[in-house]
Design a protein around this ligand. Sequence first.
Ligand code: NAP
Ligand code: GCO
Length: 266
Amino acid sequence: MALKDMFSLTGKVAWVTGASYGIGFAIAEALAEAGAKIVFNDIGQAQLDKGLAAYKEAGIPVHGYVCDVTDEQAVRETVGKIERDAGAVDILVNNAGIIKRVPMTEMSAADFRQVIDVDLNAPFIVSKSVVPAMIKKGGGKIINICSMMSELGRETVSAYAAAKGGLKMLTKNIASEYGAFNIQCNGIGPGYIETPQTAPLRERQPDGNRHPFDQFIIAKTPSARWGTPDDLKGPAVFLASSASDFVNGHILYVDGGILAYIGKQP
Ligand code: NAP
Ligand code: GCO
């Protein structure tokens, strides 16, 4: 196969969850540019409408659905609608996610469970809903959006780290269990990326200075900057395409080098 064809997604149906904006939207844009037909969902009508308007402005034809990815029945119904509107899913990107930043001893069990539900149980639910059709089609690609917290901990993110660490292992298990059916399941582990999810960590201080966490991340990142959603486009197309057909169960960290670096000495 010619190299440019290896990266082509022409004729493929790609479902990106929670993709009205942020990382999911950028990944969907990239998959569309590589030729895929995009479908996406979001949790409410307001988010969906915002997403539909953004795709329209970007000139990307899409089908969008309101669907809470933690609701197995709703996910099943959405799969039916996707198959009716666009065809069976070839590429799934489990992107929808939430974070709650609360010290562990102050966090309620209900909040902990909710984070696990969206960030870990939902990728299980959505993946199991598309794998049978992928097997029938002769293959497929699943990309789980992991995190620095798939490898590292820090104050206030116990539930998120537990979920994203679990998602790394779910990725390896899907690869192990369905690799023989030509399904590749890999993860992308974004570093610190400028999206609404991280906006509170980048807020300017009343005196105009950068947020201390913002300064900390720049010092901890060898590339000396936050990532942008666009930084994830190339890695996503790679993992969605034939170029990665022998890459399975891998987490590709796109972090400007954070995981390679112990940090600056004081
Ligand atoms: P975001 O801006 O918060 O977008 C996530 C999207 O998922 C939102 O549209 C959100 O809707 C939606 N969503 C939440 N719960 C859902 C549910 N139950 N069903 C369907 N959709 C749901 O997040 P992002 O920063 O782009 O992050 C996308 C993914 O990358 C997440 O998995 C996140 O953990 C991960 N990630 C982010 C970073 C980063 O630095 N930003 C780094 C590493 C990994 P609402 O807006 O209503 O919640
Ligand atoms: C936090 C952040 C992160 C990320 C991301 C890093 O509070 O530390 O929100 O956990 O957004 O997942 O890869």
